[in-house]
Ligand binder design. Structure first.
Ligand code: ADP
Length: 473
């Protein structure tokens, strides 16, 4: 190997060790974490220890040997802690302090107590090589777990440093000659070179690792966002399909509902026409018939409008919605079906409007699902009632709907409301789970239980949403 001045070499490597952690720290601005701080501090400490070594002969021995060894030991533990933190297995600070003290005191004991130079060097470099090998194994583990070539490079250079220290352990074995790093030939040159490599590659590798991680984190966040958005989009689509299915199933009764105002319009128009033709109608009578036609046209329009608004894709606006009105509108939608099955509605709306923030169509979908389930359940019993109450309590809007049907079977409790759970032969098991996710989207809950026996003992569904304060309506 080309001989070089060891003092200059250790001085340069020591200064580089001060420089590169600082560069790393500056380059990683914005990504400063405890791990990064520890890694850079570890580098600075090694720099200090190497500069102390470079001062051998110029400073007292306790500084160039004992202090340098202590600082070097601490720096290795700091490096290790940085990588252990990365792996989520940090050591306790107290244990680190105790380990450093035990190693350092043993080292001093070999020196001052036993006055055995060879043992002291072997112990010192042996322990340091062990710690470096451990550091390399941690970096390798990170490289494997994170698929990071930078971490593998770090592992390689610190492994190399460990080998250079082990080489020194071997060279001093059995020798009584008192040497220091500056007057020992090949092994010191190897240590200086390995320190140089581990410094440069270790720090640049660390920058690479940190950037790699940050890119990975950003990619993961972007992928999660995309997944969330995809989930939301699909959720919306499913809810939309469920609304269309619900209206499809109500089509016959809605057609019947529409029939009434249309028939009334037809009848009234014919009577009015005949009255005008026969000259029997005066203006007052004619106005009366025209009013009836206008009213029935308005009713028909309301029904069509309700259906149309219900099946159009929701744009999810978050607007003030009066829950009382939602119940009223949906009750109108299922009125024909309920009449057909002799079901009576009891609705006790609160005196004051109960406002929540949400999409009126999505909130209507919850009420429609609950009403349709109740209607279906009631076809199995004699007493057929659906009760609705809507109140505002402690800043929450609570809409309760209960029926006098058979209720939720004990074996179904807990499963009802989870996706695809159904006890119906033609059911999809989606209605209540969609309703639940709509409720949670607006910061609320949908609880499903059975009503008390005196209330009919059927199912009781409670929608609980944050009430909208008056100033936001
Ligand atoms: P689906 O109506 O397609 O079955 P839902 O999610 O709306 O899907 O309902 C899931 C299950 O919850 C129903 O199959 C039924 O067993 C139960 N359920 C819902 N509402 C009632 C009710 N009012 N009375 C009794 N059981 C009900």
């Amino acid at each position: 190997m080309i001989p070089f001045d060891l003092r200059t070499a250790f001085l340069i490597v020591g200064l580089l060790y001060l420089l590169l952690p600082t560069v790393t720290w500056i380059l990683l601005t914005g990504w400063h974490s405890c791990q990064v701080s520890l890694w850079c501090s570890g580098g600075l400490l090694i720099g200090c220890s190497l500069l102390l070594v470079a001062m051998t002969g110029k400073l007292a021995e306790w500084a160039t040997v004992s202090l340098a060894t202590l600082v070097y030991l601490i720096s290795l533990f700091v490096y290790i802690q940085s990588l252990r933190l990365d792996l989520g297995i940090p050591w306790r600070k107290r244990w680190i302090a105790a380990a450093v003290m035990v190693i350092f005191l043993t080292f001093e004991w070999f020196h001052l107590g036993l006055q055995n130079f060879s043992l002291r060097v072997q112990f010192n470099f042996g322990v340091a090589a062990g710690l470096l090998l451990y550091l390399a194994s941690l970096a390798w583990r990170i490289g494997r777990e994170e698929q990071s070539p930078s971490a593998r490079w770090i592992a390689c250079v610190y492994g190399l440093s460990a080998v250079s220290l082990l080489f020194r352990v071997i060279t001093v074995m059995g020798s009584d000659r008192v040497t220091n790093l500056l007057n020992e030939g090949l092994s010191s040159q190897l240590i200086a070179l390995a320190s140089l490599f581990s410094n440069v590659i270790g720090h640049f590798g660390y920058i690479g690792l940190a950037l790699d991680r940050s890119m990975r984190r950003e990619l993961k966040a972007a992928a999660e966002l995309a997944r969330d958005e995809e989930g939301r989009r699909l959720g919306k689509q499913i809810a939309h399909l469920d609304r269309q299915r619900a209206i499809g199933e109500l089509a016959a009764s809605l057609g019947h509902e529409l029939n009434q105002p249309l028939t009334a319009i037809l009848t009234n128009t014919q009577v009015a026409k005949r009255g005008i033709q026969s000259g029997r109608f005066d203006n007052t009578q004619l106005t009366e018939f025209l009013d009836k036609i206008v009213y029935n046209t308005w009713r028909a329009r309301q029904i069509i409008e309700r259906i149309r608004s219900f099946i159009r894709p929701s744009t999810s606006p978050c607007e003030p919605v009066n829950l009382n009105l939602v119940v009223f509108e949906v009750a109108e939608l299922v009125a024909g079906e309920a009449r057909h099955h002799n079901i009576t509605f009891g609705f006790s709306p609160s005196i004051r409007p109960v406002h929540v923030a949400g999409d009126p169509i999505q909130l209507s979908q919850i009420v429609l699902n609950v009403f349709r389930n109740a209607i279906e359940a009631l076809t199995l019993v004699q007493r057929r009632e659906i009760q609705v109450s809507c109140i505002c309590r402690d800043g929450r809007a609570i809409l309760s709907i209960w029926d006098t049907g058979p209720g939720i079977a004990p074996e179904a409790t807990g499963k009802v409301g989870t996706a695809f759970f159904t006890t119906k032969t033609n059911g999809l098991g989606l209605g209540l789970s969609i309703s639940r996710s709509i409720a949670s989207q607006y910061g609320g809950t949908l609880s499903i239980a059975n009503a008390k026996a005196e209330d009919g003992g059927g199912a009781r569904i409670e929608l609980n949403l944050p009430a909208l304060p008056e100033e936001k309506r």
